[in-house]
Design a protein around this ligand. Structure first.
Ligand code: ADP
Ligand code: MG
Length: 730
């Protein structure tokens, strides 16, 4: 066995499942045991310190130096009681990953050492911001960045092998105060949304004093064996296979979805769930996905900031726990061509402190009006700001999914189901444009009320092709990529909804001022919004060509690639809604735009280089080697006097090989030149567009010859694990 592919296959075939480290049959016995939650705070903090943290969690009130010292002392005692000896600030820089810088508690003293952890260490660290993307914010000022404790997310203990580290969730900002992370804008957007939502809720219900956005993500991922992974440099360096011929059996048989979970993957899942539960991540659902070797896990929904933290932690845990099982988890949106990619559905809703889900139909006509108000305002927000939603999910990886007839299209539309469609239709038809009529209103409300409970049935009438679907009591934003930090799309969702609710209140108040009744005003404004937002509602097949045409007629954008979608982030509309509401400053928006474009360039550049490398070092030598074998064979047959007819097949294959070898070599040259040229555009955004329009299209050309050669070459010579091996050997 000479080549790495064969060694890898042999390794995989001989693997035994690794027994998961379960913590016990009852999850409740260890759930959140590694979280500094309310119970541990009560145990380890003084009454004053506890109250101060609770207050800070609720209102964002600053914590004094003395209290910080007291909290740090309590946190340290708790952590040490669990065998922890180091700590880190844990944050979400714009790399998309999480970042940590570990420090130990101990400090030498006299001829020994003591464990210390004070308020300073708890509240602030100074990681060098120059090591993280800052979009130029840093260049004109100092390299310094600060991580600052975010008391609203609980500290937790990360266990890695025998090591245990106290992780303190923090935000990450520059020396001059600009945000350099995903989390801070998300927190600002939730506060903004709450402020905008409360006055609207109060029109119906004065009891409510808090409104929070909720998120339940569904994480899709692929799993492959580590040995196969290490034999595919493209997977290692780009997260996806850049070449590879489609296997005879892909997902055509549709036998994987909800099928039985392979044993090694099942062990990995049990282990992962245990780690999640200790960290208070409420994962509850696991199943196979549509593509071979594709899986999904989903938690109970949570308040959006906590949910985002938990998803980031989950992605981190997946990687670590996967390694324990000699598996690699692929979070890339499109690791394999020809089969489905992975997304991360973001189920989003709004909840009140009185336990009401604002997107859940009510039990009486009055509460239904509250539901309708929020429901219609979501549609209006999506209609007004569809382009921002599109931009919020843009990435080089996700471009492979969106509009690829397997995931939502790049056109943002909303699916609401037949019942809600007819309810909105009734309102549009029956609410008068002019002064409101109380009697017909009463009838209408009854009619609507009789209809809405049926919405729940609508759950079955699912439309998988919609990027944004109402699923009975929440909206499901399906276009989010599997590797994305959900914070960005959620920040956009919260912000546009907040702005929409402000506009709604203004519109209603104006009618009331002009003498309309409160209910009349609400109904009339909703009616207008329904008319305004119709173009965004689409119930048909989002994958169809007919929809592309129809969407164009409706004036909806259909931006298929990232560098063009990102432009929406710096449009006047984006600046208006983000800057005015204090979510991003103009400078922060520009910086993020720069960072995202730059990230795109890096991705395509690395892929281009990797492609050249694979073609040159893996594909061409093997193809030429095989050609030589055939040539030797033809010469041998000739030398023993056989006629040309006896080596016709060999000659044919040699000719085909020669054609692809030469065309591949030309394509590689073209790709190299295009890649060099793309750097030359003036701005980062133009460079990104050059990579998109000039470099990326050549990938297909290179790939087609590589894949044709894979088909032709003797299987025993091929060095890269093939699709059928990566997808079906476990
Ligand atoms: P699906 O059929 O899409 O799997 P589920 O009902 O299982 O639908 O829910 C999927 C996700 O939606 C879960 O994470 C769940 O917690 C979440 N979810 C349910 N209700 C809400 C809500 N009010 N807000 C946010 N997410 C929610
Ligand atoms: Mg779902």
């Amino acid at each position: 066995m000479s080549n790495s592919r064969k060694r890898a296959i042999e390794t995989v075939i001989n693997r035994e499942p690794i027994v998961p480290k379960l913590a016990g049959p009852k999850v409740s016995a260890y759930y959140a045991s590694n979280v500094f939650n309310d119970t541990s705070m009560r145990e380890f903090l003084s009454e004053d310190a506890y109250k101060a943290v609770k207050e800070a969690m609720k209102s964002g009130k600053k914590i004094s130096r003395e209290v910080a010292d007291a909290v740090a002392a309590g946190m340290k005692s708790w952590a040490m009681s669990k065998g922890v000896n180091s700590y880190t600030h844990w944050f979400q820089p714009l790399t998309g990953l999480t970042a940590e810088k570990h420090d130990m508690f101990f400090t030498p003293k006299g001829d020994g050492a003591i464990e210390v952890f004070g308020g300073d260490a708890l509240t602030q660290q100074e990681p060098d911001a120059s090591s993280f993307p800052s979009g130029g914010i840093r260049a004109t000022f100092e390299a310094r960045g600060y991580t600052a404790w975010d008391p609203s997310s609980p500290a937790f203990i990360m266990e890695i092998g025998e090591g245990k580290t106290l992780c303190i969730p923090t935000i990450f900002i520059s020396y001059t105060g600009e945000t350099l992370d995903y989390k801070t804008p998300l927190m600002k957007s939730t506060a903004f949304l709450e402020q905008a939502a409360l006055p609207v809720v109060h029109m119906f219900d004065k009891e409510v004093s808090r409104v929070t956005a909720t998120l339940g993500w569904e994480q899709e991922y692929f799993v492959i064996d580590e040995a196969l992974y290490y034999s595919r440099p493209d997977l290692m360096f780009t997260g996806r296979t850049l070449i590879g011929d489609s296997p005879a059996k892909g997902q055509q048989l549709e036998d994987h979805y909800f099928g039985s979970i392979p044993e090694r993957v099942y062990a990995f899942m049990l282990d992962l769930e245990t780690e999640c539960h200790k960290l208070g991540i409420p994962v509850r659902t696991r199943h196979n996905e549509v593509a071979p070797s594709q899986f999904e896990c989903a938690p109970m929904f949570e308040e959006v900031v906590v949910a985002v933290d938990h998803n980031q932690l989950l992605m981190d845990l997946m990687e670590r726990v996967g390694r324990r099982h000699k598996l690699r988890v692929l979070l890339h949106e499109k690791p394999f061509a020809g089969i489905n990619g992975s997304g991360k559905h973001n189920n989003w809703s709004l909840g009140t402190d009185t336990g009401k889900n604002l997107l859940s139909p009510g039990k009486t006509p009055k509460t239904n009006l509250l539901f309708l108000t929020f429901f219609v305002n979501v549609l209006k927000a999506v209609n007004e700001y569809a382009d921002l939603l599109r931009a919020s999910i843009a990435s080089a990886n996700n471009d492979h999914r969106l509009g690829a007839n397997e995931a939502p299209p790049a056109i943002i539309s909303a699916f609401i189901g037949s019942y809600m469609s007819s309810v909105l239709g009734e309102i549009e038809k029956r609410v008068p444009n002019g002064k409101y009529d109380e009697l017909s209103n009463a009838n209408l409300k009854l009619d609507i009320h009789n209809k809405i409970p049926d919405v729940m049935l609508d759950n079955t009438d699912r439309n998988r092709t919609s990027p944004f679907a109402f699923t009975g009591n929440k909206f499901e934003f399906r276009a989010v990529g599997s590797s994305a930090n959900c914070a960005q799309p959620m920040t956009v969702m919260n912000t546009i909804m907040g702005q929409q609710l402000l506009d709604f209140k203004k519109d209603v108040d104006k009618l009331i001022k002009d003498g309309e009744s409160k209910e009349g005003a609400i109904m009339r404004v909703l009616r207008q919004y329904i008319t305004d937002s119709k173009r965004i509602v689409f119930e048909g097949d989002g994958y169809s060509e007919a929809w592309e045409k129809e969407a164009k007629k409706r004036g909806l954008s259909n931006v298929k690639t990232t560098p063009y979608a990102l432009d929406f982030f710096v449009s006047k509309k984006a600046k208006d809604v983000f800057v005015k509401n204090g979510i991003y400053s103009e400078r922060e928006l520009e910086a993020r735009y720069e960072i995202m474009n730059h990230g795109y360039i890096l991705k395509i550049d690395i892929e281009a280089k990797m492609m050249v490398e694979l073609a040159t070092n893996n594909v061409l030598p093997v193809a030429i080697d095989y050609m030589n074998k055939l040539v030797t064979n033809v010469q041998g047959l000739k030398s023993v006097g056989l006629p040309a007819a006896s080596f016709k097949t060999q000659k044919d294959v040699i000719a085909q090989l020669a054609t692809h070898v030469n065309k591949l070599s030309d394509a590689v040259d073209k790709l190299t030149v295009a890649n060099d040229n793309a750097h030359k555009a003036k701005t980062t955004s133009l460079q990104a567009k050059a990579y998109c329009d000039k470099v990326k299209p050549l990938f297909e050309e290179v790939r087609s010859h590589c894949d044709a050669l894979e088909k032709l070459v003797d299987d025993s010579l091929w060095t890269l694990p093939k699709y059928r091996e990566m997808l079906f050997i476990r």
